[in-house]
Design a protein around this ligand. Structure first.
Ligand code: ZN
Length: 299
């Protein structure tokens, strides 16, 4: 008798279990169903988003669940790294002494000195390292002449500090100075940036008003001569007198990535095809200048 009762119970239990269809799922519009759907589609995502987070965004489940790996999107408007503009020493200004002091400040404050090319290679560095970056530029390096002794000393100071600089190169003349060309090539190999400063150090803005093609030729010739002498393709244009062309198509056609002036350019937008960035020259001693530059570029 007891065995019969057990059998009846077992048959009843089996019948109830079978009554549920094997493929049956809960209504699609319930949160539980959405979660199950998303869970199935998030298997390859690393790191895997939490279910709670996904259930809060039911309108884009498939897209967000299949994107891999998730990358952060940053604002396209960036702060230009604080940038100093230097030249060789003259009777009124000792660039070597100034640079020595500036390097000491940058070391003390743990700044990372980079080039424009570094930003091209790693565009988000200006967000990720914002507030810790600095750019040092030295203008008027003649490719066809021996390096000025003060420029040589500045280069040595930076080499010892392990800092690269951006060198604005003028290429006027027929033949490069072999020693200068070799030195520049070595610096480029060490991560320094060789930038165009036009062939004849001309005011591009004025030239382009009457002869836009001549302005393009100034850029192109400069790039070709740097390439011939050093094997390096320069993509940054340091504007003589900081004076930019009004028609930016000139820069576009000559494939200039960074256009470096003086005024303005405290910020740049990554979605543009050429970036105009400004710089600051020395005002007072290195610390005074440093403070002015930081305030200007990192307000
Ligand atoms: Zn210049």
């Amino acid at each position: 008798m007891r065995q019969q009762i057990y059998i009846i119970f077992f048959v009843l239990f089996f019948a109830v279990a079978c009554a549920k269809s094997p493929g049956k799922i809960e209504p699609i519009n319930t949160p539980t169903a959405t979660l199950k759907f998303l869970t199935t589609n998030t298997k390859t995502v690393t790191p895997r988003p939490t279910l709670t987070k996904l259930s809060l965004t039911p309108t884009l489940p498939v897209k967000s669940a299949t994107a891999s790996p998730p990358t952060a999107t940053f604002d396209t408007l960036r702060n230009t790294p604080p940038t100093i503009m230097l030249h060789r020493s003259n009777e009124n200004f000792d660039s070597v002494f100034f640079l020595k002091e500036l390097v000491t400040i940058l070391k003390e404050k743990d700044f990372m000195v980079i080039t424009y090319e570094d930003i091209t290679k790693q565009p988000d560095i200006t967000i990720l390292e914002k507030g810790h970056l600095f750019i040092i530029t030295i203008d008027d390096i003649g490719l066809q002449a021996p390096l000025d002794p003060s420029i040589e000393q500045m280069i040595k100071i930076l080499e010892e500090a392990g800092y690269p600089a951006v060198l604005g190169i003028i290429t006027e003349g027929k033949l490069p100075d072999a020693k200068t060309a070799a030195r520049l090539k070595k610096l480029a190999d060490a991560g320094w940036e060789l930038a165009m400063h036009t062939d004849t150090h001309v005011n591009l803005n004025q030239l382009a008003q009457d002869m836009p093609y001549a302005a393009r030729l100034e850029i192109r010739t400069c790039r070709e001569k740097i390439l011939d002498a050093t094997g390096v393709t320069a993509n940054t244009l340091v504007l003589p007198y900081g004076d930019n062309v009004a028609d930016l198509k000139i820069l576009y056609r000559e494939k200039v990535t960074w256009t470096v002036g003086i005024g303005g350019g405290n910020k740049y937008r990554t979605s543009n095809w050429t970036y105009y960035v400004g710089r600051e020259g020395p005002s007072g001693n290195a610390l005074e200048t440093f403070n002015i530059i930081i305030e200007r570029f990192n307000p």
